[in-house]
Design a binder for this molecule. Structure first.
Ligand code: URA
Length: 451
């Protein structure tokens, strides 16, 4: 009550001035600003000025945690206690061909740890799990809170789209950041991501922080700062958090699109997928498992890795995935035979015009090509074509001969196919006479535990 009364004396201009002049904001000022913006009492133009001041002057650790928690408290908080014994969540900062959740979540559930996850859709050059799952006929991504909890309890695996009232302040601020050049700010990105994870009811979180051309953070230093900021927020909020820095210079695995990524995820769960993608999934799943108390994996990364690998070898991860698809209204025959997933009408390939070494593949430009083919969206709410996409058949460091296939494109429209072929030929790949090293998959891990 006391807090609320003193909040009445605050005003938006003063808070913008303080941030502009590099004066640290108090907890009360941050909570008030976020609350008043969410209620519609602070207009977008004042929020935009404040965001730009944050973009230019940054935030302290305390301010960033306050901003995160103010955004958490702007809406509903999912309470999974009593539904799952311990809720471990994962989040990827976004990439091209990043179908990790489709494999990691069934692995974790097959290892006996329930997963109840809310995921997002594709935006810009990056893909989204929810769109990928909608490649299955009839798959329901919008679940009532009761159904979400029931599936978590009964099947130990549920993936749904985020409800509108999870961190609504973040939703409005993110839309404003998108049009005011204030997306690439470490405290704003970190608080945006962590507010959704914390409101989603996570007890522990694994962050798959992407580094490289296809990611938000293009350098290892930037990615490390973002990862550390998110770990600090989680720890200050009382959660164990592990952040893995993972390469996103080139696409993960082979495919980028929707149905073709689902197909590759199924192949991977059958033990027939690309080795880099399988290794990525095993590592992320093991980091999730080792955070869960009262299990054989707790603080035992090697045991967790072994169990994750076993769930692929014995088919239990694939069975969990099939159960997920069936339970959410999808057609499990498409899991048994992924060629029943949407197929594009036209396929075309790009071959190497000369022999040499692949020295550059630009994941961001592949993501752009997928959007141009109709497989992604520029604006929220746009329809997408689940069948289209791009397969990248080589990796940086590979040697190729003239005529070797580099890319296979899937399209439903001749003009879009022609444009995407031209774009990829011009912007995506460099083949040079001198060799180059292949890229590491991981650049480090940052762990944080609450005291
Ligand atoms: N993803 C988010 O959810 N928020 C950001 O600010 C950036 C990426």
């Amino acid at each position: 009550m006391k807090f609320k009364e003193s909040m009445k004396t605050l005003n938006a201009i003063e808070i913008i001035v303080r941030k502009r002049d590099q004066v640290e904001l108090s907890t009360e000022q941050i909570y008030w600003f976020i609350q008043e913006y969410t209620n519609g009492h602070i207009p977008d133009y004042q929020a935009a000025a404040w965001l730009m001041a944050v973009q230019l002057n940054g935030m302290t650790r305390r301010e960033t945690v306050d901003l995160t928690m103010a955004m958490v408290e702007s809406g509903d908080r999912i309470n999974l206690s009593g539904i799952v014994p311990f809720a471990v969540d994962k989040h990827s900062t976004g990439g091209v061909g990043d179908k990790t959740s489709l494999v990691v979540l069934p692995i974790v559930a097959a290892c006996g740890v329930p997963v109840a996850k809310m995921s997002g859709r594709s935006l810009g050059h990056t893909g989204g799990t929810i769109d990928k799952l909608e490649s299955f006929r009839g798959f329901q991504v919008e679940l009532s809170p009761e159904r979400f909890k029931q599936l978590a309890k009964e099947n130990h695996l549920v993936i749904a789209s985020q409800t509108s009232n999870i961190a609504p302040a973040d939703k409005s601020l993110y839309a404003l950041r998108d049009v005011t050049a204030t997306v690439p700010s470490i405290p704003l990105i970190a608080s945006s991501i962590m507010s959704k994870k914390l409101a989603g009811g996570a007890d522990a979180i694994v962050l798959d922080v992407k580094v490289g051309e296809g990611a938000f953070t293009r350098t290892i230093d930037e990615a490390r700062t973002l990862a550390q900021t998110m770990v600090d927020i989680g720890v200050d909020a009382g959660k164990a958090v592990t952040a893995v820095l993972a390469d996103m210079t080139q696409p993960l695995g082979t495919t980028a699109g929707n149905a073709i990524e689902v197909h590759e995820a199924i192949d991977t769960m059958r033990g027939e997928g690309p080795s880099d993608f399988l290794e990525h999934c095993i590592v992320i799943a093991a980091h999730m498992l080792e955070l869960v108390p009262n299990t054989d994996y707790y603080h035992n990364f090697e045991a967790a890795k072994q169990a994750a690998r076993q769930s692929i070898d014995d088919g239990s991860a694939l069975s969990k995935f099939r159960q997920l698809v069936h339970a959410q209204g999808g057609d499990p025959n498409q899991v048994d035979n992924p060629y029943l997933l949407p197929q594009a009408r036209i396929q075309d390939t790009i071959a190497a015009s000369q022999a040499g070494y692949v020295t550059r593949i630009d994941a961001r430009q592949i993501g752009r090509a997928v959007v141009d083919l109709g497989g992604g969206r520029e604006k929220k709410g746009e329809m997408i074509d689940h069948a289209v996409g791009v397969e990248t058949l080589v990796k940086i460091g590979d040697h190729v001969d003239a005529g070797d296939l580099l890319f296979r494109l899937h399209a439903n429209d001749e003009n879009r196919m022609a444009m995407a072929l031209g774009w990829i030929e011009q912007h995506v790949i460099t083949i040079s006479p001198s060799p180059t090293e292949s890229l590491p998959q991981f650049y480090g891990t940052i762990k944080g535990h609450p005291a």
